[in-house]
Write a protein that binds this ligand. Structure first.
Ligand SMILES: [Zn+2]
Length: 394
């Protein structure tokens, strides 16, 4: 299979470490808000990749995290404002997310891990990084020393100034006076008295966001994994930081073979994001459209091409999948029919070209007539098999 790999910045043949099994991780949510179309696009896209790899007979071990605690105070702030505990807030939004993923027929990960469940691993990694001078402690905080390890492997075409701007924009406090270098990032964050904390040799605190994903991967999937995914906005500093600290800890590179990123969903001229207040929530879309309809719409976009959400496109997609499902509903599924999926599989093998896969299905559907001819029955079986890989419920 050919996949675009951000590590090598090229479309290349995907070669898993094992012929039979694949280890895969996709960054999960911070449970402080309702899931939006950006989330839906990311998790639906990776869900199709996993379904397809499993169809190709790989045993895919898929792990995802929940950032139930981290160095930002998103969840804690909401808990204080709503007079709930931070655990209640995190659980509420995690369940909300899972409910809408279920409605979109996104398969659950094999392991769905809260950051707070890997605290010993997090502290073990930080301990070793401090011991080996990749990290340093200052006033109850621990930082990764970005000057000790080549951190910015994927983005090495960016200048330090650009990295600083990006870093700042995405939550890194570059003014922090404890730091040796403004790009250094937090591994352990000193908690205030009224904030949740875990004991450590640096004092009570909580982990930084980046170290959580590394710890979960190293504990559940091993020192080197086949595929790591996430939204493109996570590439820096989150994924670059994951690479730096993991490779420094294991002394093994590359930490990840293929880095895959889904493009941003735009709305009203900007990336859909909570801070910009231009979110289209999954729950609102599902008031009017079915999971199948929203899914078909998202699959009509190439996973690594940015696109702007427009309801007219969703309406059009909804009609398309309705037509396909109504054609299929006229045929009974009892008889097993031999099919040839070669053409469809080739489309997916080419860097998961989902828009083309949808066109292919529409073409095959147009050849299905009402009469129960062998050709129609074969095409019905073919379309059903393709839709199953795409996660459309027939
Ligand atoms: Zn992550």
């Amino acid at each position: 299979m050919k996949l675009y790999n951000a590590r090598t910045r090229s479309v290349e043949e995907f070669l898993p470490q094992s012929k039979k099994s694949i280890t895969m991780y996709v960054c999960g949510i911070t449970p402080n808000n309702a899931a939006h179309l950006g989330h839906a696009f990311t998790y639906v896209s990776f869900d199709v990749l996993i379904r397809f790899l499993r169809y190709l007979d790989y045993n895919v071990k898929y792990v995802q995290n929940v950032t139930d605690i981290n160095d930002s105070d998103d969840v804690i702030k909401q808990a204080n404002e709503t007079h709930k505990t931070w655990q209640e807030v995190a659980t509420y939004w995690t369940n909300d997310y899972l409910q809408y993923m279920d409605e979109l027929n996104v398969q659950r990960p094999n392991d769905f891990i809260k950051a707070t469940h890997v605290m010993p691993k997090i502290l073990e990694i930080i301990g070793k990084l401090v011991e080996t001078n990749y990290a340093y402690e200052k006033n109850g905080f621990v930082y990764f020393d970005t000057q000790k390890h080549k951190v910015y492997g994927i983005l090495d075409h960016f200048s330090d100034r650009e990295l600083l701007l990006l870093s700042k924009e995405r939550g890194n406090n570059t003014q922090d006076l404890n730091k040796k270098h403004p790009l250094d990032f937090v591994l352990w964050f000193k908690s205030q008295h009224n904030e949740p904390s875990w004991p450590s040799r640096y004092g009570p605190g909580r982990p930084g966001w980046h170290i959580e994903c590394s710890a979960i991967i190293l504990q559940y999937l091993g020192n080197q994994i086949d595929i790591h995914g996430g939204g493109r906005d996570l590439l820096f500093p989150h994924h670059e930081s994951e690479i730096a600290q993991s490779e420094a800890y294991t002394n093994n590179a590359p930490f990840v073979n293929v880095w895959m990123h889904t493009a941003m969903v735009m709305y009203k001229g900007d990336k859909m994001s909570k801070s910009l207040g231009n979110l289209i929530l999954i729950k609102d879309v599902l008031q009017k459209y079915t999971g199948n309809q929203l899914r078909w719409y998202l699959l009509s976009k190439k996973y690594r091409n940015e696109f702007a959400y427009q309801e007219e496109d969703l309406e059009k997609a909804a009609l398309e999948i309705n037509t396909i499902l109504s054609i299929l509903s006229k045929f009974s599924t009892k008889k097993a029919v031999a099919i040839n999926r070669h053409d469809f599989d080739q489309i997916l093998l080419n860097d998961l070209n989902l828009p083309l896969a949808l066109e292919y299905i529409k073409t095959i559907c147009s050849r299905i007539t009402d009469s129960n001819t062998t050709e129609s029955l074969t095409n019905v079986a073919l379309v059903k098999s393709c839709l199953e890989t795409l996660g459309i419920v027939v």
